[in-house]
Design a protein around this ligand. Structure first.
Ligand SMILES: C[S@@+](CC[C@H](N)C(=O)[O-])C[C@H]1O[C@@H](n2cnc3c(N)ncnc32)[C@H](O)[C@@H]1O
Length: 325
């Protein structure tokens, strides 16, 4: 792999753009969407109350859309009733779990390696989001949400555990779902083995995950504003640059970035052997505004051989798989 400086020497058409990003190394004006993401990220980290509330509700609305889309996609193959046993893997605060509860009446087991106490320490406990969640759900006409905060625990049971070692009995769940978490799991094969173990025969696994080699795959907007730079710069070097640009960045954030898996699309598929899983759906989702002609020459020249054009353009994988146990 080339060094970052060597790569930069190749990018003769790139130009600085201070209008959008003050901490930018190099910005390419035609990547409008990328800029929008950067601006969005900045807003999210804003500290004023109004902005924070606006961002929270915005974020919850996106989660609501995701959960609704998941239900719609699954509805052809699987019907959720209040009795369905559901596991949310890599649940974060458990927002999706709660939304799913409000939409279907189901009780969800939410697993994340971070405990709710750890979330609380970082002031991002589910209780802090509750009022905004109620606001969004009411606005969407989903429920009157008379629940008090204390009853949250009975709707979503949080378990702190590593996804590769679930403290759960075999065949416990009808549905396991995982939204934008699979890419963070370091022991992916082991985790998928666990999902198969805890799913009943014929149980459904739904996941949506982002694809590392795509434009937004490495979760670095606002830090390294060179589209697809991660295809030619090693993760270690990206960490070094991140630290140089933003000395306040924490080791935890860097570690989280280092953990994001770099699977190609073929490698993702290989994680789910066809004899163990029945593929109901395997969608590779592209940004409709991006096409092959947007990929700069230096990316094509320096990218690893195993990374295909599809790998570069597909942002998300969304799948519905049935456990062939
Ligand atoms: C990007 S967040 C997604 C959270 C949530 N699904 C959402 O969409 O808001 C990824 C989550 O995966 C969790 N995670 C990462 N590695 C994990 C592991 N090995 N076991 C369990 N959870 C893990 C992280 O703590 C984090 O909360």
């Amino acid at each position: 792999m080339k060094t970052f400086r060597e790569i930069l020497a190749d990018i003769d058409w790139a130009m600085p753009d201070s209008q959008y990003c003050s901490n930018t190394l190099i910005c390419l004006p035609r990547y409008k969407r990328f800029h929008e993401l950067i601006m969005h990220n900045k807003r999210e980290s804003s500290t004023t109350y109004v902005d924070r509330n606006f961002c929270r509700r915005d974020k919850i609305k996106r989660k609501l859309t995701r959960v609704k889309a998941m239900l719609k996609k699954m509805s052809l193959h699987f019907k959720i009733t209040p009795d369905t046993c559901v596991l949310d893997l890599g649940s974060g605060l458990g927002m999706e779990s709660l939304i799913l509860h409000f939409l279907t009446g189901v009780t969800v087991c939410a697993v994340d390696r971070e405990t709710q106490i750890e979330f609380k320490k970082r002031s991002c406990h589910i209780n802090d989001w509750y009022d905004d969640l109620v606001f969004v759900l009411k606005e969407a006409g989903i429920c009157d949400c008379c629940l008090d905060k204390d009853s949250l625990n009975s709707r979503v049971r949080s378990i702190a555990a590593d996804a590769s070692q679930l403290p759960v009995m075999d065949n416990s769940f009808d549905l396991v779902f995982s939204i934008y978490s699979l890419e963070h799991f370091t022991k992916l094969e082991q985790t998928v083995g666990e999902i198969r173990r805890v799913l009943r025969p014929g149980g459904v696994f739904y996941f949506k995950t982002s694809n590392y080699n795509s434009l937004v795959g490495p979760h670095t907007p606002g830090i390294i504003d060179i589209p697809w730079a991660h295809l030619v710069i090693s993760k270690k070097e990206i960490c070094k640059i991140k630290k140089e640009i933003d000395p306040t960045i924490t080791d935890d954030d860097l570690e989280m970035f280092m953990e994001i898996n770099e699977n190609t699309l073929d490698q993702w598929k290989a994680v789910f052997p066809k004899d163990l899983w029945h593929f109901v759906k395997w969608d590779m989702i592209r940004d409709p505004d991006l096409s092959e002609k947007d990929i700069p020459d230096w990316v094509l020249k320096h990218k690893p051989d195993e990374v295909s054009i599809d790998d570069i353009l597909v942002e998300d994988i969304e799948a519905i798989l049935i456990n062939n146990k």
